[in-house]
Ligand binder design. Sequence first.
Ligand SMILES: CC(C)(COP(=O)(O)OP(=O)(O)OC[C@H]1O[C@@H](n2cnc3c(N)ncnc32)[C@H](O)[C@@H]1OP(=O)(O)O)[C@@H](O)C(=O)NCCC(=O)NCCS
Length: 186
Amino acid sequence: MNDFVVRGIRAEEWRQAKALRLEALKDSAASIAFLETYEDAAARPDSFWQERALGAGEAAGGARQFVAEADGREWVGSVTVLVEEAGSLDWAGMPVERRQGHVVAVYVRPEWRGGAVTRQLFEAGVEWAWEAGLERVRLLVHQDNLRAQGAYRKVGFVPSGVKVPVGEGFGDFSGEVELEFVRERG
Ligand SMILES: CC(C)(COP(=O)(O)OP(=O)(O)OC[C@H]1O[C@@H](n2cnc3c(N)ncnc32)[C@H](O)[C@@H]1OP(=O)(O)O)[C@@H](O)C(=O)NCCC(=O)NCCS
């Protein structure tokens, strides 16, 4: 069972999106991978997941979620690209200088790691960003998440040198340090 396809999600698929996110938040690397706990996510109402899927669905312009769907239609991995407009402030309150993509919520099921799933998810996300006219794509990765850093280098992202301390408002995650990785439009 190595076959899969990568595609954008549809708004009505919010239950699958929720299930994959909750699974990701139980991953052994979750504490250095995501700025959210399983308990907080699990407590969110259906409307949260519905709005998120709507915002990342095919009709939306400000974000796009891609998933890898294995045989049997099981979702085995996901990336989401958010659009950050020049002149706005990002989630950390830092000014955004160029119109860019921000890749978040990167997760691939353990048995699908080390192969083509991660690469193809990123190809789809980055291609979408270029088609949307974005000038660069960035992501933030915890300084201790060495596997993710290795994966990002393999798909063309390099450290920009920017370090982002996680601010107050992120509970136990406050004070952690994230590194910015960037892929410029070629
Ligand atoms: C992050 C993630 C999507 C990466 O996908 P992946 O399929 O595991 O990535 P790959 O195996 O293709 O690439 C990882 C690379 O880092 C290397 N690597 C693994 N552990 C490493 C470590 N401790 N130190 C340095 N390099 C490491 C691997 O050897 C590999 O490089 P190689 O193929 O040249 O050998 C996946 O591991 C995942 O879902 N992890 C849990 C959630 C997470 O951390 N998400 C990222 C949030 S920023």
